[in-house]
Design a binder for this molecule. Sequence first.
Ligand SMILES: Nc1nc2c(c(=O)[nH]1)N[C@H]1C(S)=C(S)[C@@H](COP(=O)(O)OP(=O)(O)OC[C@H]3O[C@@H](n4cnc5c(=O)[nH]c(N)nc54)[C@H](O)[C@@H]3O)O[C@H]1N2
Ligand SMILES: Nc1nc2c(c(=O)[nH]1)N[C@H]1C(S)=C(S)[C@@H](COP(=O)(O)OP(=O)(O)OC[C@H]3O[C@@H](n4cnc5c(=O)[nH]c(N)nc54)[C@H](O)[C@@H]3O)O[C@H]1N2
Ligand code: SF4
Ligand SMILES: [Mo]
Length: 753
Amino acid sequence: MSDWRPTACILCSINCGIEVLLGGDDDQEFLKVRGDKAHPSSRGYLCQKASKLNHYQNGRDRITSPLRRRDDGSFEEIDWDTAIAEIAARLGRIRDEHGGEKIFYYGGGGQANHLPGVYAASTLSSLGSVYRSNALAQEKTGEFWVQGKMFGAPVHPCFADCEVAFFLGKNPWQSHGFPRSRFVLNEIAKNPARKMIVVDPVRTETADKADIHLQLKPGTDAWLMSALAAVFVQEGWYDAEWMQQRSRDFGQVRPVLESVPVGRYCEIAGVDEALVRQVAAVLRDAKGVSFMEDLGVQMNRHSTLVSYLNRLMWLLTASFGKPGGMNVFNPLSALGVHTGKPPKFSPVNGAKIIYGLVPCNVIPEEILTDHPDRYRAMIVESANPAHSLADTPKWREALAALDLVVTIDVAMTETARHSDYVLPTPTQYEKWECSFFNLEPEENAFQLRRPLVSPPAGVLGEPEIHTRLVEALGAMPDDLVASLNATLEQQGREAFAYQLMTMVRKQPELMNLVPVILYRTLGPTLPGGAAAAAPIWALAHFFAQRHPASMNRAGYEGEGPILGEQLFEAIMDRASGVVFSVDEPESSWQRLGTKEEKINAAIPVLLEELEGLSEETSDRDPAYPLILSAGERRDFTANTLYRDPRWRRRDFDGALRISPQDADRLGLSDGGHARITTHRGNAEVVVEVSDRMQVGHVSLPNGQGLDNDIGDGGTARVGVAPNELTSLDQRDWLAGTPWHKWVPAKLDAVDPD
Ligand SMILES: Nc1nc2c(c(=O)[nH]1)N[C@H]1C(S)=C(S)[C@@H](COP(=O)(O)OP(=O)(O)OC[C@H]3O[C@@H](n4cnc5c(=O)[nH]c(N)nc54)[C@H](O)[C@@H]3O)O[C@H]1N2
Ligand SMILES: Nc1nc2c(c(=O)[nH]1)N[C@H]1C(S)=C(S)[C@@H](COP(=O)(O)OP(=O)(O)OC[C@H]3O[C@@H](n4cnc5c(=O)[nH]c(N)nc54)[C@H](O)[C@@H]3O)O[C@H]1N2
Ligand code: SF4
Ligand SMILES: [Mo]
């Protein structure tokens, strides 16, 4: 019997530290999972989903050999040398004939594996590829854009310390989003001096714990949030002096909020005006409010405007830069793939590129066209766009239209099935991995995870895949690598660092190759086969250069390179994770990216959108009287990381939830079947009648309807794949993020036969 081994849960962005007891043949099974008390932020906490992690580690549809698609659509196994050589040659040809910018990259990491994105930067710059995207561009880019304009720095709430918690389109009881969520929610609910406010059309588990639940009509947050902000301005409830000292251009915002008809907007949102005023009063009286918005508003109408209104509430309640409020955090590394300055607009549609990412809904449109700048090839890594992005049928068409699709994954996914090559990798428990979801303002922690289980023969880690691709493309600077290796061996890391830095300064184009260079130089010298962690050494040094005081507060002594080495050593030594940055909330002001430590209150284009709201404008098609929220977090959803539906002890079919009144009207009963139809598609669903739902609103879970392999090329599907029902054109005008929570639909009973 083996020991309990520390690692992390990989199912959501919280990445709770866990300990795993291995067993079974060759210790390959996860027998038991428990919370790791030594993990700095989760401190022993976990939720029920983590106990099922064997469904990921020993999951369905695993692939263990590189695959190449034959003309008839079936796949044949090939060896790695053939796979790398053919892929490099085909990508090289596309680059030479059409330009490297026609090669699109999607993915780079999931909920807990962010090293692939680091290494992909080397492959992409070797190819001259500049357009990319990932799941952030179907949820967070609107928020990032507003955040950049107003604060110029990353900001996060602190629910552990707040007096009032405000959740906007967010159900943390199920989805988490901050450490130890259920524990913290229970603490707030129990304490009469603290308050919780939830804005959600559904009476969620979080709403059950709330002091006030604003149960608005789906898709009306823009009206509700402008009414809430307007109360502050119209009643003079905000601190005008604070606003004057701490922000710029609030004078442009005030008149717009002054003219908001509060009563009428509450009516449009379907919420009692008195309740909205009561919420405003709770917020006015609070010493510190922590706010969190999520998919309920980010995948909905006016999403970028709502992200802005949410942040105006941080100003109106003076909640920025104070304990229990909204504060700046220091990330160890920015999320995603970064290869210098990204283009501003996408090549075919001219869509705004935010955070370097093309809006997900735009990508198929930029493939299915004869425009000369269309994308010709795609590399997909650790993502499943043919299931997770709007309009799955269009995605299948788009993938088929490309000259080349390469997918790098652990499993035969819906996307892999439409690829020309599929490259199998070890699972996250079979290799060194880490997550850059380190978002805590006060005490920020990072964990480098060690492998627990040996990988099957036939798979290769992403760092090795990218390094081999760079080498096959002839882009590896072999002489430099040899010289760096000699320096490292003869003179040690300090001289090595100096030589590498000098080279990059002289030849800035080498910057993007640093990950693969480090992998081939520092990598092999790291203990325990941790070569993949080599870029973390560089990140530790960059961090130490930028934030020495934050590191000193976290217990690292000294300054300069010593600090960077100390951090890297601590990361390598402490398997349960390390705190790398400790900061006072008040120092958030000095860390703003804006001028003169002031927040920019005015975003003119969004103020225009706000002024244009006036009446409920959507001309709803009466043939589609219901609003479907396509993709809801529940007890038994975990994106597509668990591919075997049998992990779900309840809600096996991923039922459509509907209010008792609507069910009655349509003649539907609990457990019965119905057909849901949207403008895009239709699907048969199992019905769950639930008094959590309001009239006119139905919901389906996320991540269901996967196509499991049943042998001989056949597949079986359980549950509804939500994006068979969603459309590309239903998206935010500014950020391009989809309206998955607001899909007009109709429902008809079907006879079970
Ligand atoms: N159990 C579980 N947890 C997860 C995941 C998972 O798959 N399963 N996935 C993770 C990921 S990738 C993410 S991004 C997060 C997402 O986390 P959340 O955003 O919290 O998850 P959702 O359930 O998709 O949506 C949140 C809420 O939005 C509400 N909503 C629907 N329409 C509206 C509306 O018009 N207005 C408002 N205000 N609310 C509305 C829904 O009723 C729902 O309660 O969860 C993470 N955690
Ligand atoms: N309609 C609708 N659609 C949605 C949502 C919704 O609410 N409604 N939610 C959206 C949200 S918020 C998100 S974040 C996305 C998530 O969708 P995606 O970004 O596509 O990600 P996941 O479903 O998490 O799948 C990640 C992939 O990584 C693979 N994988 C796991 N471990 C490894 C590894 O170590 N290496 C490699 N290379 N691959 C690995 C898994 O097999 C899986 O195929 O879905 C989105 N789609
Ligand atoms: S909150 Fe649950 S799903 Fe998220 S990382 Fe922790 S144990 Fe895993
Ligand atoms: Mo997400």
